[in-house]
Design a protein around this ligand. Structure first.
Ligand code: UGA
Length: 438
């Protein structure tokens, strides 16, 4: 099929490459000229394992090209995927849907009436129906539209796209769904289930899934607060409750909490939308989910302050700065926020990260970036693990023991083997646990 993918961020780039890998003819449309040039040269504008290789492969196969706006060829595609961002409006809780409406209007002015428009961006419920009306005003016909939310995670984006847990399609017509299902046929042939829903339910599936995941994380972090106050261990608690198959063990990792470009802004946008719909009480609990999450960042700052006496002029090293491993995404990163708060308290903060230091450079944060792990840890008075990159999980505590001034580590992600670090002479502090150090 001939496909256009509008918006080439994490979602759009991954989706465009995935569609090209399925054998479709893909045109990626994105106004940012530098990004289009980079992608055309086979360079990813962000870090995502395996995606760069796949991009090179589909470029070589002649299945993909990139351009800054629609032309006759892209406008004549069989399917147009809208993948633009919906960031939080600065100073507000709501999602900014203006990029979605702008992309849809530009498309409506150019597109063929027979082609299918598919929304993949995360939007407030009700957006798709409004989009149909606004596109109709521009196009002069009712556009065929499906809502098809995406559930990919950064770090495993391509694998999630090629083999998702489910495909959700919302629309007003099963005829539209047939076209989209044909587009995903190789994926469906692998047994991936499809759910055919109305537009509103499809939109809601995405935000409610992210709200549920955020709630699970904040639930275990609330238990971490209880554990800290009562002498219990939230990691062992999570293991025990997670063995109940009704609860499940995933997304129960206590620590510094969730961040990134999705979960935080999606729960806030969801709260704002519920208010607009007159059912704000239904999602009041999500405000607590947000608050619990944000408190975890401050908790690490408090633990650091307790440990050091005062932060001012103390050398602190953060291991990991991205919001999660296998990503260089710094959006709403808990680790980065902790580093900045410690710096604001007068700490001399050095950060190490396997891939995110380039992205940090652009922020002029004033943090000291160190590409060499040994050099980053050398002379530190406190080490904080902020992102659970494999290279930190694999660290041999004995090998790094001679480096810091005091051997104290705060395991912000609860991933280290506490006893082996203690045996190597370290004091280990971990949120939600009451670790006894001799
Ligand atoms: C999330 C969802 O998981 C995807 O399904 C969704 O498609 C995506 O948002 C989106 O809306 O586009 P992502 O933000 O890439 O994906 O990352 P997650 O794996 O969900 O992690 C989010 C945050 O939660 C990270 O900061 C992670 O460190 C934290 N987390 C995760 C915890 O603190 N504890 C856990 O147990 C799990």
């Amino acid at each position: 099929m001939k496909i256009s993918v509008i918006g080439l961020g994490y979602l759009g780039t991954t989706h465009a490459v995935a569609m090209a890998k399925l054998g479709h003819n893909v045109i990626g449309v994105e106004p940012d000229r530098a990004r289009v040039q980079a992608l055309t040269a086979g360079e990813l504008p962000f870090f995502e394992p395996g995606l760069g290789e796949a991009l090179t492969e589909v470029i070589a196969a002649g299945n993909i090209s990139f351009q800054t706006q629609h032309d006759a060829l892209s406008a004549a595609s069989d399917v147009h995927f809208i993948c633009v961002g919906t960031p939080q409006i600065p100073g507000q809780q709501s999602a900014d849907t203006s990029y979605v409406f702008t992309a849809a209007k530009e498309l409506a002015a150019a597109m063929n009436p027979s082609s299918l428009v598919v929304g993949k961006s995360t939007v407030p419920v009700g957006t798709a129906r409004e989009l149909i009306a606004r596109m109709q005003e521009v196009a002069g016909f009712v556009p065929k539209l499906c809502w098809n939310p995406e559930f990919l995670r950064e770090g495993t984006a391509l694998a999630d796209s090629m083999l998702p847990d489910r495909i959700v399609i919302g629309s007003d017509s099963s005829d539209y769904n047939q076209v989209l299902k044909a587009c995903y046929q190789p994926i469906l042939d692998q047994g991936v289930p499809v759910l055919e829903l109305d537009l509103e339910t499809a939109e809601l599936v995405k935000v409610s899934a992210n709200a549920f995941l955020a709630t699970k994380i904040s639930f275990i972090n609330a238990m971490a607060e209880i554990a800290e106050a009562s002498g219990a261990d939230a990691v062992k608690l999570a293991e025990a409750i997670g063995m109940d198959s009704r609860i499940g063990k995933s997304f129960l990792r206590a620590g510094i909490g969730f961040g990134g470009g999705c979960l935080p802004k999606d729960i806030r946008g969801f709260i704002a939308r519920a208010d607009e719909l007159g059912v704000g009480d239904s999602l009041k609990f999500l405000k607590e989910v947000d608050q619990i999450n944000l408190r975890r960042r401050q908790r690490i700052v408090s633990l650091a302050t307790e440990e050091l006496g005062q932060v001012k002029d103390k050398k602190i090293t953060l291991l990991g700065i991205s919001f999660k491993p296998d990503s260089d995404d710094l959006r709403d990163s808990p680790a980065l926020e902790i580093a900045l708060r410690l710096q604001a308290l007068g700490g001399i903060v050095t950060v190490h990260d396997p891939v995110s230091l380039g992205a940090l450079e652009q922020k002029s944060s004033g943090l000291i970036s160190e590409t060499d792990l040994q050099a980053a840890m050398k002379d530190a008075e406190l080490v904080i693990l902020g992102t659970e990159w494999a290279e930190y999980k694999k660290l041999d505590p004995a090998t790094v023991s001679s480096l810091p001034r005091f051997k104290t580590i705060i395991d912000g992600r609860n991933v280290l083997n506490v006893s082996s670090w203690q045996e190597a002479g370290w004091r280990v502090i971990a949120p939600g646990r009451n670790i006894v150090n001799d």
